[in-house]
Write a new protein. Structure first.
Length: 234
């Protein structure tokens, strides 16, 4: 007789830790887009040319020239790398969770185009396959994101994306519908739960029309299923 598998009640901490680090990097970019005093920035940042290994991203960091990217938003291009230890300490997290955040190998997709700063996160962070209801364990992350949005003046564009695979029998008939409703779910959370102003937001769904990669492998398809939150250029 096989033994029953025990459910790890702490498994949520891994996902939450990854999201905190995603938000951490988001704050780096958001701060450079603001008119924040340089001395305040220096309390969190260290000079790029003097720092090694403060933050290590792998796999999906797609900013070709990080220094030039930052300098477009502010004149603090030499203040690029956030002091991870200071940031984590400021969150007042349990010691075990703080250590987990530092030890994880984090992957982040953050890009910039003519629209603005793009934060892109995979569908499986927010949704179950084929669904548009945001996972309850992700609410704290969206709460922090909403607080950051309320502190800046940028207009926000929320866009859903899908891959080219036909949908299994479910609520939505096409990938256009699925991607659009996922974007709407994120927008609805910001407007209904966090009471942000609707005047600052636009929302839509691209279906499978704007993939990051060719839809030729399971890995590429998974990367193409995403939601983007875009902070439009001021």
């Amino acid at each position: 007789m096989s033994e029953d598998k025990k459910i790890d009640t702490n498994a949520w901490m891994v996902t939450f830790a990854d999201l905190v680090m995603l938000l951490l990097t988001f704050f780096v970019m958001l701060l450079t887009m603001s008119s924040m005093d340089a001395k305040k920035l220096e309390s969190l940042f260290v000079h790029f040319n003097e720092a090694t290994g403060v933050l290590e991203f792998s796999g999906t960091m797609e900013v070709a020239n990080f220094g030039a990217f930052i300098s477009k938003y502010n004149d603090t291009a030499n203040l690029l790398v956030i002091d991870q230890n200071k940031f984590i300490s400021s969150l007042n997290l349990p010691e075990s969770l703080g250590k987990m955040i530092k030890d994880l190998d984090h992957k982040l997709l953050m890009t910039d185009d003519e629209r603005g700063l793009i934060l892109s996160f995979n569908e499986n962070l927010l949704f179950n396959p084929g669904e548009t209801t945001i996972k309850k364990e992700l609410w704290p992350f969206l709460d922090m994101m909403a607080d950051a949005i309320s502190d800046c003046d940028n207009e926000i564009l929320v866009m859903g994306h899908a891959d080219s695979s036909p949908l299994a029998n479910g609520r939505y008939n096409t990938n256009w519908e699925l991607s659009a409703y996922r974007g709407l779910s994120v927008l609805d959370y910001f407007l209904q739960q966090k009471k942000l102003s609707s005047a600052r937001f636009s929302v839509g769904g691209y279906g499978a029309s704007r993939p990051l990669y060719p839809n030729d492998t399971l890995e590429h398809k998974a990367a193409n299923r995403r939601v983007e939150i875009i902070f439009k250029h001021l």
